[in-house]
Design a protein around this ligand. Structure first.
Ligand code: NAP
Ligand code: NAG
Length: 331
């Protein structure tokens, strides 16, 4: 009897190992790489969260293509080390590290003010910084839920503040790093974006909702900026082996994703391909308001995040949450 059970367990573990390994091999092989050879000479790119993972690889590619790359990061020491590493690898001397904590509205306002004072143009804005969520609901210094603040509210405010510069620099692009994980969200309560209602917060809910808001707001912004020379698209990098799973404080991350990602996930360089495609390629220059995966327009965005009426409501509720001032509106 015990021998049978042991035999079954060994077989199941073996079968799972084979299946996962095969899945990983196929998944990585199927990852499409951008074929664009366009350069970014005389162009300025801002990318948030460029100190690790997907953002770091995208920054490296932009530097190689000749861009002035502004790495907007919360940990200056870590980011400076990465910048030196990229400079050594690409020969670029146009990397700039600037302090930005997307979870703090004050930090976002300070960062944007410095950019507006120092930069003459902004050709590409990549909203990439992100955390994977927390089991316990955490609050920022602005009293906002941490995952929503980091992934959505901070980026929402940043985009508003830099919109004037983006328009002056047209043709320009905004690339929003979202996730197919938004599909976990079945309903979105616009009156409760910050999970203020008692018992409304669930682990992973913060993450899925933040990514849903990323897509909703990029759609709304794209529609608002039609004919203005600024294109806005969102995307999912796929399952990518990065630091995010080690850093995020959720059960599923601690015990499942962090072991699965290195095994079956894409490399960070592969994960960065769709960002690069949207930021650089000629094909993507005139596409706006779409959701991308694997360098292609994807149909996996749910009806919820494609709802234009909901997008308008989320945009307006977000304006209230970040206390957007009339002089901070540039549309
Ligand atoms: N990896 C995946 O499988 C996957 C799948 C779908 C979507 N994504 C999305 O891809 C994006 C990049 O994630 P990744 O996988 O590359 O993770 P990562 O390796 O952890 O990198 C995340 C980057 O964001 C930065 N960051 C986090 N919180 C920040 C804050 N408050 N202010 C400023 N920067 C902050 C991190 O800074 P530090 O270096 O200081 O920590 C790091 O540079 C995220 O938006 C994530 O949601 C990832
Ligand atoms: C966000 O929600 C938390 C409770 O979940 C609440 O304490 C906080 O005041 C709310 N913040 C804002 C700005 O409404």
């Amino acid at each position: 009897m015990w021998e049978t059970i042991a035999g079954v367990v060994v077989f199941v573990v073996f079968a799972i190992t084979v299946m996962m390994t095969a899945f990983g091999l196929v998944y990585r092989r199927r990852c499409l790489l951008t074929t664009t050879t366009a350069d970014l000479k005389k162009k300025t790119v801002i990318i948030t969260g460029a100190s690790a993972g997907i953002g770091k690889e995208a920054a490296k590619d932009f530097a190689r293509r000749g861009a002035r790359v502004i790495m907007a990061c919360r940990n200056l020491q870590k980011a400076s080390k990465v910048a030196s590493e990229i400079e050594a690898g690409t020969g670029s001397k146009s990397l700039v590290v600037r302090e930005l904590d997307t979870s703090s509205l004050a930090s976002v306002r300070k960062f944007a003010a410095k950019i507006l004072a120092e930069e003459h143009r902004l050709d590409v804005l990549v909203l990439n910084a992100g955390i994977g969520g927390t089991d316990q609901q955490m609050l920022t210094s602005d009293n906002l839920e941490l995952t929503m603040a980091t992934n959505h509210f901070g980026h929402f405010l940043l985009t508003n503040l830099l919109l004037g510069l983006l328009k002056e620099s047209r043709p320009s692009r905004v690339v929003v790093v979202a996730s197919v994980m938004h599909s976990q969200l079945k309903t979105l309560d616009v009156e409760n974006l910050n999970f203020t209602k008692e018992g409304s917060y669930w682990p992973m809910q913060g993450y899925s909702q933040s990514k849903a808001c990323n897509i909703l707001c990029s759609g709304y912004l794209a529609a608002m900026l039609k004919e203005s020379g600024v294109v806005v698209n969102s995307m999912c990098p796929g399952l990518v082996s990065t630091e995010i799973f080690k850093k995020s404080d959720t059960f599923i991350s601690r015990y499942i994703y962090r072991f699965m990602a290195p095994w079956v996930g894409k490399t960070a360089e592969q994960g960065a391909q769709t960002i690069i495609h949207l930021a650089v390629s000629q094909e993507a220059a005139t596409i706006t308001g779409k959701f991308f995966e694997n360098c292609l327009i994807s149909d996996s965005a749910t009806n919820l995040v494609l709802d234009e009426g909901l997008a308008k409501k989320v945009w307006e509720a977000s304006e209230a949450c970040v206390h957007l001032q009339p002089e901070e509106q540039h549309y």
